[in-house]
Write a protein of this length. Structure first.
Length: 64
């Protein structure tokens, strides 16, 4: 009898913690989906011979 009580009594506590964890997981997923994406900034070095517009493309820069 005492083994049954020892198992059944913490069961609601464990279930509540699992539900709370799932709730936080869902809330974080919603909040992350509502965030605005960071602006895309192309790295450009001052010594590069590439124009700023060409820095964002996937193509290799043309040699001049």
């Amino acid at each position: 009898m005492s083994q049954t009580i020892a198992f059944v009594l913490p069961l609601p506590v464990v279930l509540a913690l699992v539900l709370l964890l799932l709730g936080f997981l869902a809330l974080s997923a919603v909040l992350l989906s509502l965030r605005q994406p960071a602006p895309l900034r192309c790295p450009a070095t001052p010594s590069s011979d590439v124009l700023a517009d060409d820095a964002c493309t996937d193509e290799e820069p043309a040699f001049r």
